[in-house]
Design a protein around this ligand. Structure first.
Ligand code: PEP
Ligand code: MN
Length: 263
């Protein structure tokens, strides 16, 4: 169902009053984690001003350590709804369990399946049954075929609204958090009709690499970008070192303008 052979026309996935896979470059921006209502609203207003069309923010955080901040859960999703009402941005949050999906249906526009859950087949089926569009991130060490099979789990539940997100893979290299597999974009474009976006933030893990990697994604014809943006990266509760501040995000958007159709 994800295969281009049986669906030669590229899919456009509608999300709220926007879409992913059209002529425009979709830019999803926001904090790694929703830390408070004030923080989320401040970030939402700023990324909207710079030209993002989506606000992201984790409410259920799949942290490597159980002692790290785990997220505000359903309360965080309510702040997302408020951010949408104030700014008109579409909203996306990661879900990590069926309860989170149930809450997401009430408050947000799109759900994200994170790298660590790419092969959580029960969760994929629940995401498929939810009716919400799904952003499926690539697993930490997943091949492209394994990734497309994960998408198949969602689509086969009757939900064709799947977008793929390359976020870097595990390699021997330690200079970056992960290695951005930029070749995944043209490979997926040849194999599948699903829209493809790139998350340079989780791939690089280092703020100064985000700008060139984002441009590489645009050059490879990616349908969108996911960028972590924080009001105070030095004090972020998660992923501060890879988060852009408002000025850096605004500068990135300005630099992308000659190459991409932004809203
Ligand atoms: C995230 O987007 O906040 C996240 C946890 O990403 P990933 O699943 O790609 O690690
Ligand atoms: Mn993060």
């Amino acid at each position: 169902l994800a295969n281009k052979k049986f669906h030669p026309i590229p899919s456009v996935v509608k999300v709220g009053n926007t879409s992913i896979g059209s002529d425009n470059l979709t830019v999803i921006a926001g904090p790694c984690a929703i830390e408070s209502e004030e923080q989320l609203l401040l970030i939402a207003h700023n990324v909207a001003k710079s030209g993002a069309t989506f606000i992201r923010g984790g409410a259920y955080k799949p942290r490597t350590s159980p002692y790290s901040f785990q997220g505000l859960e359903e309360e965080g999703l309510k702040y997302m709804q408020r951010a949408k009402n104030e700014t008109g941005l579409a909203t996306i949050c990661e879900v990590t369990c069926p309860d989170a999906i149930e809450a997401a249906v009430k408050y947000i526009d799109m759900i994200q399946i994170g790298a660590r859950n790419m092969q959580n087949f029960h969760l994929l089926k629940e995401a498929g049954a939810s009716g919400l569009p799904v952003l499926l991130k690539r697993g930490l060490s997943a091949t492209i075929d394994e990734w497309l099979n994960a998408a198949e789990y969602i689509i086969s539940e009757g939900n064709p609204n799947v977008v793929l997100c390359e976020r870097g893979i595990r390699t021997f290299e330690t200079a970056t958090r992960n290695t951005l597999d930029i070749s995944a974009v043209p490979v997926l474009k040849e194999k599948s009709h699903l829209p493809v976006i790139v998350d340079p933030s989780h791939a690089a893990g280092v703020r100064s690499y985000i700008n060139p990697l984002a441009k590489a994604a645009v050059a490879c014809n990616a349908d969108g970008l996911m960028i972590e943006v924080h009001n105070d990266p030095a004090h972020a509760l998660s992923d501060g070192p890879q988060s852009l501040n408002f000025e850096q995000f605004d500068e990135l958007m300005l630099q992308l303008k000659p190459f991409a159709k932004l809203v």
